[in-house]
Ligand binder design. Structure first.
Ligand code: 8YV
Length: 313
């Protein structure tokens, strides 16, 4: 084996096995950006880094990997990848866009329907035996409502197409209007939230979108409104979210991502107007296999000095 891959954090078992079959694999876990890499592994041998979107790579590690030819990340999120440093070093960084659009959009719709119709809460109601004592409370209609989408990228557009099947009116915010789409572009996020019944977050994470959805936006969405987040926990001011749900200023939330996941704010755990999912939007056998295949294709292209099939930097 002439290639040494540094694996950062856990990966799906089939991908880990495929890496081990073809390469020497060193692993590093529990990242902190200031921890010196050379103390834990034989950094000089490393020719490739394989990581995942929620784990990423600390920028400080790149100069410590003199033989590095490529970084290949499992996921579409770029918020934990050192793209500027990689560009400056001419180092290709691969990621896995597109192959997960459908599954993430499917889960966004599932969370939305659950948030409005309270399916998970109804399941708890039946299991508790509460049905024997009376009917389940009425819920909120989904079809024909207004959906606001924050960040109309590839995933946002897949959500918007699904909303059309529910006869919804769709509008979105994005830095610049998306080309070739008929949905209405709205410049103000607060105005979008005010208009929408359902606000779906599909925007990228990172410094530029940190706490974009703040108390003002949540109050604009209002007591009948539902927030759906399949983007990143960092996009929402979680303390404001908890406060608005507690006070009833926001109707409900359906969340796949959290600021400090896998830790979820304790206050959310007891709220029936909240649906909680464990960052599972891309988590189907089909999509995760497609993501793993793309991670390997990016890795091998980078090692061969060829163009990456999906390059982020
Ligand atoms: C993760 C994600 O990659 O694509 C992303 O950005 O957050 C997810 O698809 C996945 O959960 C594996 O950790």
């Amino acid at each position: 084996m002439n290639t040494t891959v540094l694996q950062i954090g856990p990966l799906m078992p089939a991908l880990e096995a495929a890496l081990r079959e073809q390469h020497e694999v060193l692993s590093a876990q529990a990242l902190t950006a200031d921890a010196p890499l050379a103390d834990r592994t034989d950094a000089a041998r490393v020719t490739a880094v394989v990581t995942s979107a929620p784990v990423g790579v600390p920028a400080a590690w790149l100069p410590q990997l003199p033989a590095l030819k490529v970084v290949s990340s499992f996921g579409v999120g770029l918020d934990r990848l050192p793209l500027d440093a990689a560009r400056a070093a001419g180092l290709p960084v691969g990621y896995t866009p597109d192959v997960l659009n459908d599954c993430v959009a499917d889960l966004a719709m599932g969370l939305l329907i659950d948030g409005a119709r309270r399916i998970a809460a109804a399941d708890r109601f039946v299991r508790r035996g509460d049905w024997l004592n009376g009917r389940y409370p009425l819920t909120t209609r989904v079809s024909g409502k207004r959906m606001g989408i924050v960040g109309l990228g590839r995933i946002g557009q897949a959500v918007a197409r699904r909303a059309a099947g529910f006869d919804m009116d769709v509008a979105y915010t994005k830095r610049r209007p998306a080309e070739g789409v008929a949905w209405r572009h709205e410049t103000s996020l607060t105005a979008l939230a005010e208009w929408a019944d359902f606000l779906v977050l599909t925007v990228s994470g990172g410094d530029g979108t940190r706490h974009l959805v703040n108390a003002e936006v949540l109050r604009a969405l209002g007591p009948q409104g539902l927030l759906v987040n399949v983007a990143r926990g960092s996009v929402v001011d979680e303390a404001a979210l908890v406060a608005c749900l507690q006070s009833g200023e926001l109707g409900g939330a359906a969340l796949d991502v959290f600021d400090d996941e896998p830790r979820v704010p304790a206050a959310l755990l007891t709220m029936d107007q909240v649906v909680l999912a464990p960052h599972m939007a891309s988590g189907t056998h089909d999509t995760r296999q497609a993501m793993a295949d793309l991670v390997l294709a990016n890795l091998h292209a980078g090692l061969a000095g060829e163009p990456l099939p999906a390059r982020a930097a």
